[in-house]
Design a protein around this ligand. Structure first.
Ligand code: GLN
Length: 212
């Protein structure tokens, strides 16, 4: 029996949408942009791209997408949040805007505390490689004014940390990739750099859920 290809949406309000669509397409899934609830409902999984979390949150409110997106998360459907997307998924945000601190323009669902623009206080953008749980060879990781995860709840699996090397200063050892149930989030931008393995990890989890 052949089943239809997985359909994975990329929330297309602002941010690096095209790069995620391209990365997902190379993995053979049907990658579509999502702006409205009916589009969201057809997706087996969703990517929240990097960009500017305040802008994406505000546009999601204006497009009346906050409710549908929160319901999607609450229903246990798979979501990958990258950079700004990680801020949107976090239950608690430090150094956010008032609408992020009170959760009125975020989605939540991921039991983590993230610090917004955390790396930006010392280095705006940098590239490194990370050992990622579930992936054999270290992956390239591009950080652009990225959040880091300050603390995680008991259900959260840590997938990657910045190397605990003093040359990283305050960033050394910080958590930068996590998973909780169907939710995954990275501080970095897996859609930049041409390495599809983070997307593959997500796509595999979406596929496993669809067939279970
Ligand atoms: N600093 C941005 C924010 O808080 C995230 C940056 C990014 O996604 N590259 O939304």
């Amino acid at each position: 029996m052949t089943s239809r290809p997985l359909r994975i949406g990329v929330l297309a309000l602002q941010g690096d949408v095209r790069e995620h669509v391209a990365a997902l397409t190379t993995l053979g899934v049907d990658a579509v942009t999502v702006r409205r609830e009916p589009e969201l409902e057809t997706c087996d999984g969703l990517v929240l791209p990097g960009g500017e979390s305040t802008t994406i949150g505000r546009l999601a409110r204006q497009f009346e997408m906050l409710g549908p997106l929160r319901a999607y998360v609450a229903a246990g459907r798979p979501v990958l949040g990258t950079c700004a997307g990680m801020v949107l998924l976090a239950d608690r945000v430090l150094d956010g805007t008032p609408a992020q601190l009170d959760g009125s323009e975020t989605l939540g669902g991921l039991d983590v505390t993230v610090r917004r623009n955390a790396f930006g206080r010392q280095v705006d953008s940098f590239e490194t490689t990370l050992a990622l749980s579930g992936v054999e060879v270290a992956v390239p990781a591009v950080f652009i004014r990225a959040p880091w995860v300050e603390s995680v709840g008991p259900q959260v699996e840590v997938l990657a940390r910045v190397e605990a090397d003093p040359s990283y200063g305050e960033a050394a050892g910080r958590i930068v990739a996590v998973r909780q149930g169907a939710l995954m989030a990275t501080s970095f931008h897996p859609e930049i750099g041409g390495d599809p393995r983070v997307h593959r990890l997500f796509v595999e989890s979406v596929r496993a859920r669809r067939s279970s």
